[in-house]
Design a protein around this ligand. Structure first.
Ligand code: SAM
Length: 246
């Protein structure tokens, strides 16, 4: 597998200094898991096209640091089990799993070649036996009792509410990576959450020290807590969601 270049290690070092100020630290095993994931990504990406971001600084900042930045938010609620919807090349699920060695992780990815890659990563030391990969659409997963649902770059927040709330236990939380002007998206997600037993969404920008250290200005997460059981009939199929969006 290819070595990771100096620019990656340098950028990740600065980002990790910023993350340490908010209490996010990687032990040596966690760092090995993250570097191993990225080496596999570098080996597979030319043939399989798993991600558009492959420059060393982008990998460190936009993939790894952006994923790790929400760990304090995850630790604020129940966090024994986590399901990541639309994992793609493994973000944010794999870095979070690397930093939280007690976490049981489910990665859901509907594109077969990406799920095949995730299975290879999940078999690596430090992840094996606690990471499950599901090669299917999130809509096809039976309602569950996960503590946390995560999603990054997978769709509108209201759609994620519809996909994610049925998978959560009561008190569990949907955490979706977002950035930019979110007023309209948060309002629509609020209507969806109200219909499905969720709290109003709240917005947690990544702390300034992390935004500065990892060049993540404006990045953060939207959070919705499941407060009551999801009514029957959700998630609707994608065609019906398109006809009647929130
Ligand atoms: N989360 C990754 C990241 O931030 O780098 C990947 C983002 S990529 C833009 C979106 C991924 O979600 C794609 O790999 C796509 O196949 C997957 N996806 C989209 N809708 C999905 C669904 N309903 N169920 C499972 N996977 C889905």
């Amino acid at each position: 597998m290819p070595d990771l270049p100096f620019a990656y290690h340098a950028a990740l070092g600065v980002a990790l200094d910023g993350l340490a100020t908010i209490g996010v630290r990687l032990d040596p095993r966690g760092r090995q898991v993250i570097d191993g994931h990225l080496r596999l990504l570098a080996a597979w990406n030319p043939a399989v096209n798993l991600t558009a971001i492959m420059d060393p600084v982008g990998l460190a900042e936009r993939h790894v640091a952006d994923s790790l930045a929400a760990i304090p938010v995850i630790l604020d609620g129940p966090h024994r089990t986590l399901i990541d919807i639309g994992s793609g090349a493994g973000f944010p699920g794999i870095p979070i799993g690397a930093a939280m060695p007690g976490l049981r992780l489910t990665l859901v990815e509907s594109t077969g070649k990406k799920a095949a890659f995730l299975r290879v990563v999940a078999a690596e030391p430090g992840l094996a036996r606690r990471v499950d990969v599901r090669a299917e659409r999130a809509e096809a997963i039976a309602p569950g009792d996960w503590d946390v649902v995560t999603a990054r770059a997978v769709g509108a927040l209201a759609d994620l509410v519809e996909l994610g709330l049925p998978l959560l236990r009561r008190g569990g939380r949907l955490i979706a990576w977002k950035r930019g002007d979110l007023a309209v998206e948060l309002a629509a997600a609020g209507r969806a959450a109200q219909a499905m037993g969720g709290s109003p969404p709240w917005w947690r920008p990544h702390p300034d020290a992390v935004q500065d250290a990892a060049h993540l200005a404006g990045h953060g997460v939207a959070v919705i807590e499941k407060r009551s059981p999801t009514p029957e009939g959700y998630p609707r199929d994608p065609a019906r969601r398109k006809r009647r969006p929130w």
